[in-house]
Design a protein around this ligand. Structure first.
Ligand code: FES
Length: 252
């Protein structure tokens, strides 16, 4: 297969970026999107041209490192991560535009690489259980209903890739934060810290420059883990309740 690529090239975080044209020739239709870029980069390197910089790690849809906007859609066509997109999804001869994830809180570092440390700082602000839980107890010793366990697992499926923030017109991270708040907050080990957690994470999210939920549901549409936007409503309720407690001087 053959493709015409328009790729965002940017020397560093402070330099202006631009779309540059490249040809991707002799691409097998079973190549993944990242493998296609590997082939293009091998050709560029052979011509002494700086290869296109992009992030990847597991290439199995697990780590959330790959962060390309393909034809305007974070992670591109289909419901998976960039590394799970295969070139057979495109037509031979297609023009494909490749940009980094676009969100104010994810500054571009170089070419297609963005800095997503803002997500790490949001997690540091409360996305954990600080109690020492000891070793894993026998599964049957902590009864959890199937409904709650399923909902917590749906939330825990978030891989923190950032596609939600990149898809949102407001650059909102509320799907990501609500997934973390929900998966920890639904389970007995996480419940005692629910108030402190949601207040800490939401305030850090605001501080990082992520916007409010736009109610477009674009986040849900591109989420490779199918995290539902309904978790945002749950997070807002928990944040409101914890904030009221804080205002009247109760422990949160
Ligand atoms: S490289 Fe790990 S999810 Fe794509």
């Amino acid at each position: 297969m053959k493709f015409h690529l328009k790729v965002w090239r940017q020397k560093d975080a402070n330099a202006p970026g631009t779309l540059e044209n490249y040809e991707a020739d002799n691409i097998p239709d079973d190549a993944s999107f990242l493998e296609m870029l590997d082939i293009v980069n091998a050709n560029l390197t052979g011509k002494n041209i700086e290869p296109i910089q992009f992030d990847s790690d597991c290439r199995e849809g697990i780590c959330g490192s790959c962060s390309l906007t393909i034809n305007g859609v974070p992670h591109g066509p289909g419901r998976g991560t960039t590394c799970q997109v295969y070139m057979r999804k495109f037509k031979d001869g297609d023009t494909i535009t490749i940009e980094p994830f676009r969100a104010e809180a994810f500054p571009v570092q170089r070419d297609l690489v963005v800095d997503r440390c803002a997500f790490d700082r949001v997690i540091q602000a409360g996305g954990y259980i600080s109690e020492r839980c000891g070793s894993a107890p026998d599964a049957n010793s902590v009864p959890i209903s199937k409904v709650i366990a399923d909902e917590a697992m749906d939330a825990a499926a978030c891989i923190g890739c950032g596609a939600c923030a990149a898809a949102c017109p407001n650059g909102s991270a509320m799907l990501f934060v609500s997934a973390k708040v929900t998966h920890l907050g639904l389970l007995p080990q996480g419940k005692p810290e629910n108030g402190r957690r949601v207040i800490g994470m939401v305030r850090q999210m605001d501080e990082e420059g992520f916007g409010n939920c736009s109610n477009y549901y674009a986040c849900e549409a591109v989420c490779p883990a199918s995290v539902p936007a309904a978790f945002i409503g749950r997070m807002n309720r928990e944040f409101t309740a914890a904030s009221v407690k804080e205002i009247i001087g109760m422990n949160v």
